[in-house]
Write a protein that binds this ligand. Structure first.
Ligand code: ADP
Ligand code: MG
Length: 529
């Protein structure tokens, strides 16, 4: 039988209406493959990449399985690796069951256990939870599993990576003997197959073609950059691409803090997401990101696993993923809900082989692109200004200033006037020299030159000449010995000959430039950027 629409599954009208209200017109391939089998009560092993619609693939059958006689205790249990995913899966189920009236509850660590106990007491049909907290409730006997007929393991490979395997086995041992199991995973490592073998009854395998989904929708490119230039490359790409929402992936929590902090310092609306933040902070970040209050979310793999934010237009791998699965999971955060997506990976020359490995395992081609030049960045900024001016004229709000325009026009040409107004808007960036980013590999900076880091920047109304003048005067060295100076909002870099570095640091540290006390020191590798 060919399942071309949701009616063909023979599911209830209430659910079909909710699905159409969600904009689901046609089942996705994994849904076509899994739903009929699941409705028949079969155990399922589903393998499909992120963004293929796995939630509804198990969610729709679950809603259909609601028992006639209502119980206070859940009839289905869904295990997810993270709290974010528990919340997201639960939200999707709530939407799908808007008319069918099934009570779903997310249960995860980090939320008040008393609150969860109260909610559980009210009676729940489907629970979506993280393994640790679920076990906690099972042990406290605040979660009763005697009526569970179906258990779903969502993102099973990630639960394995996070060390939940023993917890999962314990939970599987607590539910009634007679039950259906559905296991979904983007990859099928040996340990997952072992669970399937030991805990599932003649499971039916369903899968959709690897590679296919992602490659079709997501444009994948990489840029070769030196480690030290990554941050510069990142901001330059953001400037030129003008993304809607960007998810930036880093390898470690520390790197997340670093990159998000630097972006904020440079005036980009960025937020950070990783496991060290409190739940309420993480919720707040997600809310801000979804609503566009922040356009850039810097995250670790774990924290951003499975997140579904339809407007994510760009995924940027600030650090290259550890393995091909990681790559799939990351880039699957864009190109959601049929929208186009772009995946960008920053690759240092040493990581070239890792990139090739990813390409061959994922069976995709990642194209090499050239970083935008300084001139292109400038043009992008100007274009943006031009289009916001056009937009403003379209809205007509500017007419309140006609009187001022008229009086200035008596003295100046329209050309001078417009250019001056635009100059005001661009500020310093209108004349700023944007230095080119080197590609190709070299260890340090220029030979015989070191970079120093200073704690003053543009916001302190410091200009390049001020830096040169102060250093030359304080350290008593010729101004021409002072090399590249890069000013950021709150800090800056200056290059000086290596043999003069200590003298400069000694003389300039704690001195006053334009009324501001400065700290100066060797730029750490991470800062060079
Ligand atoms: P996965 O778990 O495989 O990563 P999700 O279940 O999160 O994928 O679904 C990815 C996105 O596609 C979600 O925004 C979801 O609402 C949407 N989606 C799922 N099924 C359909 C469908 N049949 N038609 C349209 N959109 C769908
Ligand atoms: Mg999912």
């Amino acid at each position: 039988m060919e399942y071309t629409n949701f009616h063909d599954f023979g599911i209830s009208d209430k659910v079909i209406i909710s699905l159409s209200e969600m904009g689901f017109e046609e089942p996705t391939p994994i849904q076509k493959a899994a739903i009929p089998q699941a409705l028949n009560g079969k155990d399922i092993i589903g393998q499909a990449q992120t963004g293929t619609g796995k939630t509804a693939a198990f969610g729709i059958p679950l809603l259909e399985q609601r028992p006639e006689v209502k119980s206070r205790f859940p009839y289905a249990l869904i295990l997810t690796p993270t709290r974010e995913l528990a919340v997201q899966v639960c939200a999707e189920l709530v939407k799908m069951s808007a008319r069918a009236g099934v009570a779903c509850l997310p249960i995860y660590g980090g939320q008040s256990i008393e609150l969860q106990i109260r909610n559980l007491k009210r009676g729940v049909d489907i629970i979506v939870g993280t393994p640790g907290r679920l076990l906690d409730h099972i042990q406290r006997k605040t979660l009763v599993l005697k009526d569970v007929r179906t258990i779903v393991l969502d993102e099973a490979d990630e639960m394995l990576n996070m060390g939940f395997i023993e917890d999962i086995k314990k939970i599987l041992g607590e539910i009634p003997e007679e039950h259906q199991t559905m296991l979904f995973s983007a990859t099928m490592p040996r340990e997952i197959l072992a669970i399937a073998k030991n805990y599932m009854k003649k499971p039916v395998h369903v899968s959709v073609d690897a590679g296919q989904m992602i490659v079709a929708k997501i444009k994948q490119v990489f840029y070769e950059v030196r480690e030290d230039d990554k941050l510069k490359a990142l901001t330059r790409l953001i400037d030129v691409e003008g993304p809607a929402l960007t998810l930036v992936f880093c390898h470690t929590k520390k790197e997340v803090d670093d990159v998000s902090g630097k972006l904020q310092q440079m005036g980009y609306p960025a937020g950070a997401l990783h496991g060290d933040f409190t739940q309420s902070h993480r919720d707040e970040m997600m809310r801000k990101f979804k609503s566009g209050d922040i356009d850039i979310l810097v995250a670790t793999d774990v924290a951003a696993r499975g997140l579904d934010v339809p407007d994510v237009s760009h995924v940027i791998n600030f650090s290259i993923p550890q393995d091909p699965e990681g790559y799939i999971h990351r880039i699957g955060r864009t190109g959601r809900a049929g929208k186009p997506g772009m995946a960008i990976t920053l690759v240092t020359p040493r990581q070239y082989r890792q990139l090739r490995l990813i390409e061959s395992s994922v069976k995709t081609h990642i194209m090499k692109e050239k970083l935008p030049t300084g001139a292109e960045v400038k043009k992008a900024r100007e274009d943006e200004l031009a289009s916001s001016i056009e937009e403003l004229i379209g809205e007509g709000k500017h007419s309140s200033l006609y009187h001022l325009a008229d009086s200035l026009l008596e003295k100046h040409s329209p050309r001078d006037l417009a250019a001056a107004a635009m100059y005001l808007m661009l500020g310093e960036t209108a004349i700023e020299e944007i230095e080119e980013i080197q590609t190709g590999y070299y260890e340090g900076g220029k030979k015989g030159v070191v970079r120093l880091f200073m704690t003053v920047g543009r916001k302190d109304k410091i200009k390049v000449e001020d830096v040169v003048r102060s250093i030359a005067a304080e350290a008593n060295i010729p101004a021409r010995k002072i090399g590249n100076i890069a000013l950021y909002d709150t800090f800056s870099f200056v290059e000086v000959p290596s043999d003069m570095a200590d003298r400069v640091i000694g003389a300039v540290n704690d001195s006053i430039i334009k009324g501001r006390k400065v700290k100066i020191g060797h730029a750490r590798k991470r800062q060079q950027g």
